[in-house]
Ligand binder design. Sequence first.
Ligand SMILES: [Zn+2]
Length: 179
Amino acid sequence: MTKMTPLLQRNERFARIYTPVALGLPAAQVIIVTCLDHRVDPATVLGLQLGDAPVIRNAGGRVTQAVIDDLAYLAFLAEQLSGGQGAEDGLVEIAVIHHTQCGTGLLADPGFRHQAAASTGLSEAALEASAVADPHTTVKTDVERLIAARALPPTVSVSGHVYDIATGRVTTTLDPRHP
Ligand SMILES: [Zn+2]
């Protein structure tokens, strides 16, 4: 018995009615970048089905170099899978979604940040850079970072959104733009 046991039972029920999805363009033509918070699961919040959208998640849903690297590969893969079609109004939209009440928001407090750095071995600067105290501000920063990223082709567009934990509502704060 592990803590995974009940989840594996759920998986067994899932596998019984499962139909595999072939590798292809994401059906929703969207790539989600969001927080790893267990209250912010895009499959639930946005009603995503298997094959709809790749999802990249980290603390805060911040656009780090690792995220840019993954997106560059996904954009390349999408181009390959599309056979060069659909490039005119953008092949895929990258949607950055930050949220209210983010656990990384605590890192805006210098005392908390100092403690976190001592405990994790991460630098205080890195922890400060990952903090989402105001999701409207950080989502704008991260969309700009993606727009400026040379690794992304002009066939992608980038939009910014904020998910409100209190209401369950996602609000678009930045309309899609091309890099
Ligand atoms: Zn969060």
